[in-house]
Design a protein around this ligand. Sequence first.
Ligand SMILES: *[C@@H]1O[C@H](CO)[C@@H](O)[C@H](O)[C@H]1NC(C)=O
Ligand SMILES: *[C@@H]1O[C@H](CO)[C@@H](O)[C@H](O)[C@H]1NC(C)=O
Ligand SMILES: *[C@@H]1O[C@H](CO)[C@@H](O)[C@H](O)[C@H]1NC(C)=O
Ligand SMILES: *[C@@H]1O[C@H](CO)[C@@H](O)[C@H](O)[C@H]1NC(C)=O
Ligand SMILES: *[C@@H]1O[C@H](CO)[C@@H](O)[C@H](O)[C@H]1NC(C)=O
Ligand SMILES: *[C@@H]1O[C@H](CO)[C@@H](O)[C@H](O)[C@H]1NC(C)=O
Ligand SMILES: *[C@@H]1O[C@H](CO)[C@@H](O)[C@H](O)[C@H]1NC(C)=O
Length: 427
Amino acid sequence: MTMKFRVYEVLNGKNTTRATAKSIFLIPFTLLIIMIPLTLMRNSHESTPEISSVSATSLNNTELKQCNIFSGRWMHTHGETYYSNDTCHWIIDQQNCMKFGRPDREYLHWRWKPDECEVPLFNATQFLNLLRGKKLVFVGDSVGRNQMQSLLCLLSHVSEPEDVSHKYSSNVIYFKRYFYHEYNFTLANLWSPYFVRSTDADPKGHSYNSIMKLFLDEADEAWTSQVENFDIVIISSGQWFFRPILFYEEGQLVGCNKCGMENVTDLTHLYGYRKAFRTAFRAINNLERYKGLTFLRTFSPAHFEGGDWNKGGKCIRTRPFTKQEMQLDGYILDMYNTQMEELRDAQIEATKRGLEFLMMNTTEIMLLRPDGHPNNYGHSKDKNVTLNDCVHWCLPGPVDTWNEFLLYMLLDVENEAHYSSKLERVF
Ligand SMILES: *[C@@H]1O[C@H](CO)[C@@H](O)[C@H](O)[C@H]1NC(C)=O
Ligand SMILES: *[C@@H]1O[C@H](CO)[C@@H](O)[C@H](O)[C@H]1NC(C)=O
Ligand SMILES: *[C@@H]1O[C@H](CO)[C@@H](O)[C@H](O)[C@H]1NC(C)=O
Ligand SMILES: *[C@@H]1O[C@H](CO)[C@@H](O)[C@H](O)[C@H]1NC(C)=O
Ligand SMILES: *[C@@H]1O[C@H](CO)[C@@H](O)[C@H](O)[C@H]1NC(C)=O
Ligand SMILES: *[C@@H]1O[C@H](CO)[C@@H](O)[C@H](O)[C@H]1NC(C)=O
Ligand SMILES: *[C@@H]1O[C@H](CO)[C@@H](O)[C@H](O)[C@H]1NC(C)=O
């Protein structure tokens, strides 16, 4: 079995460090790891489905019992991981920390414990039964794809899909589509790290630090032309917005991020981030045939310490932070708040036409997991890669929790649909 891949890491130049509690430095940057040819294997697996019990929650649900699953703590457990590098063949090398000899295992033994309830272990049978006949897509960047690959592994206990990407796109590297025949369930990702139309703007071509043009009011058709066919859309993005970018609106240059041009106002990455989400959410609300459920998976923080991403920064911790050690602040809080504000506006519009937008509030939770990244265990020792990956998440690892949240939230929506007619379109 072979897994071929190439890694492009695209990064930005400036060092902007911000102190957080206890002088831990987390550094904004752009690290774009793009998965290239992948020969993915299929296999059947032993079954380890897990418990579940449904309780009702939602962002704004006054009728049912409330539990904010995102408020809680990481609790040490002795439980087994859902899968390993030997049992799941969907783990790409970049996130295959086990395969490349990460020596510590502690990072696999923490579960998220909400203050007021439990998030049940992921039950693949339950997930697939719930999504029978449905289509789910991740829209955004490689961290979203990271979650999709976690989901492929979690589901592989029960069912393996057929890779049907080639039937839907000529770009089967960035646009993946998997079909679970037994469940008539489609799992896909649509590559669009900015959600809006983008082009290279560097005369020297695309590179780590090359400048891009973003057309902030033009949603990227790579995903808008597809999402109407999906029932569940999970949208997320982040690190790409830190690179040098020229911002265009109504076809006019309005400013930039880190372009270093005297005659162009630096509006910062937050300007682009806000406008890109605004355009993405509006595009969804304006899709006439779209009847899906939309999730925003909030900004996933990076954990470079001891230097910038390209200056020897690394993430070597082997334990989670406590909430006292690490608080949500600085640029990560700004990213989170920007998304939240745009989501709230979008929810108001969505409600008017009977759509629902939900928030998978993972920012603060993942901020506590500096131990969950590949660091330098995303490739073999003989590969000459000097940059550490403190952006993506090891598989298995804390990112599996996002899919526990996903199942929990979907069950909740299904449950809610019994009480209100507005969601019958999805369940
Ligand atoms: C998983 O879900 C299935 C179907 O809902 C159920 O029959 C099974 O008992 C569950 N497994 C566990 C361990 O709870
Ligand atoms: C939640 O829903 C209730 C009733 O449907 C509404 O009055 C309230 O404004 C909503 N809250 C938010 C934050 O949207
Ligand atoms: C998101 O979760 C954090 C805790 O992880 C909490 O402090 C924050 O209030 C949550 N945001 C919303 C809008 O629920
Ligand atoms: C899984 O990781 C172990 C080291 O932890 C390694 O010995 C083994 O070859 C890996 N298996 C696969 C299929 O890569
Ligand atoms: C499979 O699901 C699609 C919707 O995603 C539906 O149109 C189709 O009828 C289903 N096929 C079968 C055989 O149930
Ligand atoms: C800004 O200055 C550069 C030269 O430094 C020039 O090429 C560019 O056209 C100018 N842009 C605007 C918007 O004036
Ligand atoms: C790795 O890269 C460094 C610097 O680019 C170079 O000096 C060294 O020879 C390379 N090693 C291998 C094994 O390719």
